[in-house]
Design a protein around this ligand. Structure first.
Ligand code: RNT
Ligand code: ZN
Length: 425
């Protein structure tokens, strides 16, 4: 039997098993193909960005550990890496850019001066790749963020600088959406917070509200731009108080019809972002997700197929919220091959979606409605050993990308041929 024949045969056997449970595998694969995940550009270069040749992540309570060779050093290398990643992923994804990744040429363009023209190269590239772009203001790794406060700063000059930056970022995002004909989601995350217990939380939060109001004064058509705001519990150096807490942003999002962005590394370790989806969706139209793997803290390890991610996927599917929940990734691991990390994490998120799509939701719901909780638990347990891997392999084959473990060799070849040729700058 050829490899192809065995993949097809395994799929057919799997299909029968799912069909007998009332699950349509073909429909599941159709939905999976339509579900676009927003790839975070910052996994290719450890969140360094290209504002200056020696740009590196600094401040803001996020940290990248590791020094695996081969990180992308410029935009050409980054695009090359992204194209490699996308060639190893089934379906079509989006790209999530940070403002620090513009094409600034030889001159230094400060954050309050950036314009759509600095991102035209990305728009052209995305047009060629036939993908959509999402965008993020970069309110960290900058001297004006060193004081610990940006949009909530009591220093009017600093606050104004960041308001201007974010306003410009929204204009850039809207331009991306307009040119690409696909809505761009612009996300705001700021590092603002305090290491030790502050006494004036109120003023900082009032200032953040004021800044957001100023930023959102300009309205863009929703076909071009949608806005999300990302909450966080704490960061390194901001252990005692984060200005943009979940309460703050959720309330702001509800009151101002914005998207709330839930990063599953930004809550207490036992809180489940999956549980928050159906709660938030009662009050906001749409959600943005940053899917990550927090190991003990917001460590941004590579996403794996774990219970947290599966619950997120299940809640999207069970809530029939495919069009209302946008999934982006947010992890950065510099201790292993970065391209491999990317592919593992994105495939894991896609697999979680597939797992959720292959769930016999109707049967499970009717068990639940009838109070048959033993039956519900039994079926949920049974689903864990169903041959969903066979459906996944078939999907990859249909999509013309590496099946099963084949992508390991592809990443190794890319490391040998491309990444290892990159000398440290
Ligand atoms: C930080 C937030 C934020 C960043 C990116 C780079 O804790 O998760 O989303 O990771 O903007
Ligand atoms: Zn995030």
């Amino acid at each position: 039997m050829t490899r192809k024949e065995s993949i097809i045969q395994s799929y057919e056997l799997a299909r029968h098993q799912y069909t007998s449970l009332g699950v349509d595998t073909a429909q599941a694969l159709k939905s999976l193909k339509e579900f676009e995940i927003s790839l975070h550009c910052w996994q290719t270069d450890d969140v360094s960005g290209f504002e200056s040749p020696d740009a590196a992540l600094g401040g803001g309570g996020i940290a990248v550990t590791g020094n695996y060779p081969g990180k992308s050093r410029n935009i050409a290398e980054m695009r090359q890496d992204l194209e490699k990643v996308m060639s190893l992923l089934p379906g079509k994804q989006r790209l999530n850019l940070h403002a620090s990744y513009g094409e600034f040429g030889d001159s230094f363009v400060d954050r309050d001066r950036i314009e759509p023209v600095h991102f035209q190269g990305w728009i052209d590239w995305a047009t060629k790749q036939e993908i959509a772009l999402d965008f993020n203001c970069t309110c960290f790794s900058h001297p004006k963020a060193d004081g610990g406060y940006t949009l909530s700063s009591k220093d009017e000059g600093i606050r104004y600088f960041w308001v201007e930056h974010v306003k410009r970022c929204r204009a850039i995002g809207a331009e991306m959406g307009k040119q690409l004909g696909k809505t761009c989601i612009h996300n705001i995350w700021i590092p603002d917070g305090s290491k030790d217990v502050p006494v004036d939380r109120y003023t900082h939060r009032a200032l953040l509200k004021k800044s957001l109001d100023e930023i959102f004064e300009v309205e863009y058509p929703t076909e071009y731009l949608k806005d999300s705001i990302e909450s966080k519990l704490f960061g390194i150096g901001a252990e005692s108080m984060t200005v943009g807490s979940h309460d703050f942003y959720l309330a702001y999002a509800v009151q101002n019809k914005k998207l709330i962005c839930l990063d599953n590394g930004h809550f207490h370790p036992t809180e489940q972002v999956g549980d928050k989806i159906s709660a938030c969706l009662q009050f906001v139209d749409e959600l943005m997700l940053h899917v990550t793997r927090p190991v003990r803290w917001d460590s941004d390890h590579v996403v794996t197929f774990n219970e947290d991610v599966v619950l997120i996927a299940q809640e999207i599917v069970r809530s029939a919220a495919f069009d209302r929940v946008h999934m982006g990734l947010d992890f950065f691991d510099a201790s292993i091959n970065r391209i491999g990390a990317y592919v593992i994490g994105t495939r894991a998120a896609q697999q979680a979606m597939l797992y959720a799509l292959l769930e016999p939701v109707d049967t499970l719901k009717s068990y639940e409605n009838e109070g048959k909780n033993f039956e519900r638990l039994a079926l949920l347990e049974l689903m864990k050993s169903k041959p969903f891997g066979a459906v996944w392999d078939y999907f990859c084959m249909q999509e013309g990308v590496s099946v099963g473990e084949d992508y390991i060799a592809e990443v190794q070849a890319y490391e040998k041929g491309v990444l290892s040729q990159r000398k440290e700058a």
